[in-house]
Design a protein around this ligand. Structure first.
Ligand code: NAP
Length: 461
């Protein structure tokens, strides 16, 4: 075996426009899909396989050789093989010396092994320049060409030149390489495809919990109570009335929860007199999922709008209205126009419409395609100033809905207040504390703290 020839090939500079041969170990799903894409992009591909027989599955134009023969033909070798089979590489250590060895593997569980697969590979083949890449792209996406969702390829490795070679290949395939640094980052990159909506877990679990709580709360107040005391069957409320109560309640609470951590962080910074102490973990995590909380809140607000739009065609509503009209006709009298009620009703609807409009605007600006096109100040203006305005409008919408009913004893069934009253607690708290924080005696020191000033500097000169 000619060891020197393989080493010369290892990092020879590319002097022509012709693409260099790439070797792929493994003719499995991923190896074939990657090979297919590489051939399309103009790379000569040679597969290293346990069986050198070609089949119709192998991409047209690719060669299939033994591992040793294939490795000798290329400077970059991609190991499209599961980690548990990496032992077969040990006898190839000499051939792989100085070559770029790309680890594409994933695990079945987060942090499955003490070291990342790429670090394990680097230990097995000490002379090779191991680079981690491609693990976030699926074989299906490579083959079908629908790569919009996974165009980004995280790349990491200890050898800069080797990393550059892999990033050039990534670019040539029409993907976007993202340099994640040294091989130490491989564990995180390997964990990435295994995460299941990490930022969505808390908002979704919280909204499920709140939805269940308010469902039973409304069920007791609006279905069980009238059944027990008035023998009336309002069980059909479960279909539209109760969901239309729960949705706005959840939208308002979740929207307030988007702004609550910011208010808590401000209080903590003011109390500590510095921004250089870490927030508690729970607050850090909460802050990181504010966007998701806001989007879940927007989803509930949209459902509330839909449920509200169908109110006029509901049988119960039509029955109640015609009953009122008939009773007025029978009694031969019409009630006078109550302008206070008309004001309350119109203001309630107007606040709801404006609140929802701003809510949608907030949702749109949080989309990456939009947020990438505004600068930091514009983004802050929308998310903070317009966000608080949305919270004010939605809270006012709920307060006006309550109107005169807040103090009415009929609003308290079995001593339970109306559900919307509960929904006002957190938003009102957030708005009151935010209002207090705007006062110059608190706002000025807070702004200074956020610019780096410390009340008791830890490292004084
Ligand atoms: P696969 O279909 O099971 O193919 C693995 C290939 O490894 C086999 O076809 C075989 O190729 C080779 N192999 C199997 N046992 C071997 C052994 N004892 N010694 C040497 N070679 C052996 O798996 P895959 O889906 O292509 O995945 C390959 C790697 O890519 C995995 O590490 C996976 O985590 C990673 N990956 C896969 C995807 C995907 O969408 N599938 C996405 C990202 C990353 P030969 O028969 O030619 O020797």
């Amino acid at each position: 075996m000619n060891k020197n020839s393989s080493n010369i090939m290892a990092l020879a500079p590319n002097t022509s426009n012709k693409r260099e041969t790439v070797c792929i170990f493994g003719t499995g799903d991923f190896g074939r899909a990657l090979g297919h894409k590489m051939i399309q992009s103009g790379y000569p591909v040679v597969f290293g396989s346990r069986s050198t027989q070609t089949s119709s599955l192998i991409p047209k134009g690719a060669e299939v050789l033994s591992h040793a023969e294939a490795a000798q033909k290329a400077a970059v070798i991609i190991t499209a093989i599961q980690r548990q089979h990496y032992n077969f590489l040990t006898p190839l250590t000499e051939i792989l010396h100085g070559k770029v060895l790309v680890d594409v593997s994933n695990n079945l569980k987060i942090n499955e092994h003490p070291e990342s697969n790429a670090e394990y590979l680097a230990q097995l083949v000490p002379g090779a320049k191991v680079v981690k890449a491609f693990n976030t792209v699926s074989a299906w996406a490579l083959q079908s060409g629908t790569l919009d969702a996974s165009r980004q390829v995280f790349v990491c490795g200890d050898d800069m030149e080797a990393k550059q070679m892999v990033m050039n290949i990534v670019r040539a395939l029409g993907l976007t390489p993202l340099d994640q640094g040294s091989l130490l980052a491989a564990q995180e990159i390997e964990n990435y495809p295994l995460q299941l909506f990490p930022m969505w877990k808390f908002p979704i679990l919280l909204s499920f919990g709140l939805a269940a709580f308010f469902f039973f709360y409304c069920l007791i107040r609006n279905v069980i109570y009238p059944y027990v005391y008035e023998n009336k069957d309002f069980s059909f409320f479960i279909a539209i009335s109760i969901p239309n109560r729960i949705c706005p309640i959840l939208a308002l609470i979740l929207l307030a929860l988007v702004y609550l951590p910011g208010v808590l962080a401000a209080i903590i910074q003011l109390y500590r007199g510095t921004k250089y102490h870490r927030f508690p973990d729970w607050l850090d995590k909460w802050m990181l999922c504010r966007k998701q909380l806001g989007l879940v809140a927007l989803a509930f607000a949209s459902l509330h709008v839909l449920y509200t739009l169908v109110i006029p065609i509901r049988y119960f509503v039509r029955w109640r209205m015609s009953n009122q009209i008939i009773s007025q006709v029978l009694n031969n009298k019409t009630g006078p126009l109550d302008t206070t009620n008309a004001w309350l009703s119109d203001s309630y609807v107007a606040l709801g419409i404006l609140g929802f409009f701003l809510f949608v605007l907030l949702g749109i600006t949080s989309l990456p395609s939009v947020s990438n096109n505004v600068n930091w100040r514009e983004f802050r203006f929308v998310q903070s100033k317009l966000g608080y305005l949305t919270l004010i409008l939605c809270t006012a919408h709920t307060l006006v809905y309550g109107g005169k009913r807040f103090l009415s004893p009929s609003s308290y069934r079995w001593y339970l207040p109306n559900a919307y009253m509960l929904s006002l607690i957190i938003p009102c708290m957030v708005l009151v504390v935010k209002f207090v924080l705007i006062f110059p005696c608190l706002d000025k020191p807070l702004t200074r703290i956020r610019q780096g000033w410390e009340r008791n500097p830890q490292y004084s000169e």
